[in-house]
Design a protein around this ligand. Structure first.
Ligand code: ATP
Ligand code: MG
Length: 454
């Protein structure tokens, strides 16, 4: 890691009081989990202000602290900065250059984490590297990810999320990706991004911010395909589109997998992706296109994809003791991902009913009502039973009724606790359940209950 004087220079900070240099073992933003000898960076959040925990950080081993305020009487040196979040990004940006190899950044409205895991699964077979842990994809998570880069890492795959314009631009500035992937552009975070044009602009900041390298482009997503790319950046395309550089053909949907053929300019391979959801072909093609751009062999690409293990809460399929199935897609939801999850429910084989348990899709702004209604219409084409969880149940119901579902097929509850009782009481042998909702609805708790009950 760096020494404190170097950090002070990187972040443009000044020592509070006497300048005292020290070597640092790392960087931490959580005073409860300090690595001994690390720098504590206090961040201001909605509910907490890290500046209230400087003493605790020192007690837990911090060797130095950053601070936006003048601090005296702490037993370790303190460097004052204007903005600790910005400073965290600046330190990560400097540390990023420890990486001896490519850095691939992935953004998009759906499929970031899945594509990241697929690509990391491919690259791991070739050399050791680093991937974003979980969903650490924002202005805190991305820097913390980059700060984990070690000498042994030969590649890094990072996820970039956004809820505001300018965020991906800053994340790109910090990470300096050599390859940028945008999986798709759909209705997510509409509240803060102001419509699909806003989403396009926000995601497009990744291609626009690349300094050389390659933009990996989903040719089946019109909005992605139209995004401008920075000068000097190479374009590589993927999709089902016949013009794509890396192409998928002959998709066969199975309940627990999707098979397809992967084509490049001169090669063709059959792949069986062991995860439900035809949308995962696009995630796989994105991962393949990025890997092939790095000269990874097609054999490694195929093996990596065929050994893919679904990420928790995304398209996880479990058999139920009642003879039915549970499709756990409870991690998060937006209109784009909810549509693909319903398609996956449609593909589930079996005799029992298809039950869509759908929580609210949050952060959709003024279009929320219409988007829930549209999803309800879609539900009517797929499911035999709809259970809604949250305050948008009315609109889901309205859409479902409009598209031909009957009132007695629909149940509405407000909270996950009631959903648990509801599902238990109306469960029938052989039911195939899809569970999906935004994080805030906490439908993962329902999934835990269902799994525990068998
Ligand atoms: P988040 O914004 O929550 O980090 P993400 O972009 O990382 O989401 P994933 O976690 O990979 O996305 O997938 C979330 C859900 O989105 C999946 O469970 C699935 O329902 C849906 N999904 C994944 N990939 C795609 C895709 N390429 N197209 C449409 N829907 C998708
Ligand atoms: Mg994610």
């Amino acid at each position: 890691m760096f020494d404190l004087e170097r950090i002070a220079r990187i972040v443009g900070g000044e020592f509070c009081g006497r300048k005292v240099n020290c070597e640092l073992t790392g960087v931490s933003t959580d005073s409860r989990n300090m690595v001994p000898g690390a720098l504590f960076v206090p961040l201001r959040g909605g509910r907490f202000d890290g500046h209230d925990y400087l003493s605790q950080a020192v007690k837990n081993g911090a060797a130095a602290c950053l601070s936006e305020e003048v601090v005296e009487g702490l037993n370790v040196p303190v460097v004052r900065v204007a903005d600790t979040l910005r400073a965290l990004g600046d330190i990560a940006a400097a540390h990023r250059f420890q990486l001896q190899g490519p850095l691939i950044a992935i953004t998009g409205s759906a499929g970031k984490t899945t594509t990241k895991e697929m690509l990391a699964g491919i690259l791991t077979q070739v050399a050791p590297g680093l991937k974003t842990y979980g969903n650490f994809n924002n202005l805190i998570g991305l820097p913390l990810t980059l700060l984990r880069i070690e000498k042994s890492h030969q590649w890094a795959v990072v996820e970039m999320g956004t809820s505001a314009l300018g965020e991906i631009e800053r994340l790109t500035e910090i990470a300096q990706p050599t390859i940028g992937v945008i999986t798709n552009i759909g209705e997510a975070h509409l509240e803060t991004l102001h419509g699909l044009d806003g989403v396009s602009r926000a995601k497009g900041e990744l291609y626009a911010g690349l300094k050389g390298g390659t933009a990996i482009i989903n040719l089946d997503d019109e909005r992605v395909a139209q995004l401008p790319v920075a000068n000097g950046v190479k374009k590589r395309t993927y999709g089902l589109n016949a013009r794509a550089d890396v192409r998928g053909e002959h998709r066969v949907v199975e309940p627990d997998a999707v098979s397809f053929e992967l084509l490049t300019a001169d090669q063709r391979r059959s792949i069986r992706l062991p995860v439900p959801g035809v949308h995962n072909v696009h995630n796989a093609l994105a991962a393949a296109a990025a890997a092939l751009e790095l000269d990874v062999s097609l054999e490694h690409v195929v093996r990596g994809l065929e050994e893919f293990v679904p990420v928790q809460g995304r398209m996880n399929l479990f058999p139920l003791a009642s003879g039915g199935m549970l499709l756990d897609d409870s991690y998060n939801s937006n209109p784009l991902s909810a549509r693909s999850a319903l398609d996956a429910l449609k593909a589930l084989k079996g005799q029992g009913r298809k039950v869509a348990i759908l929580g609210d899709m949050l952060e959709l702004g003024e279009d929320a009502q219409l988007l829930h209604q549209a999803l309800g219409e879609r539900v009517a084409q797929v499911a035999d039973v709809l259970i809604t969880v949250g305050r948008h149940g009315e609109q889901l119901e309205m859409g479902a009724l409009k598209a031909g579902m009957r009132k007695e097929q629909i149940y509405k509850v407000d909270h996950v606790a009631e959903a648990i009782e509801m599902v238990k009481s109306c469960h029938r042998t052989g039911d195939r359940l899809l569970v999906k909702g935004s994080r805030g609805v906490q439908l993962d708790r329902l999934v835990q209950e269902l799994k525990a009950a068998g």
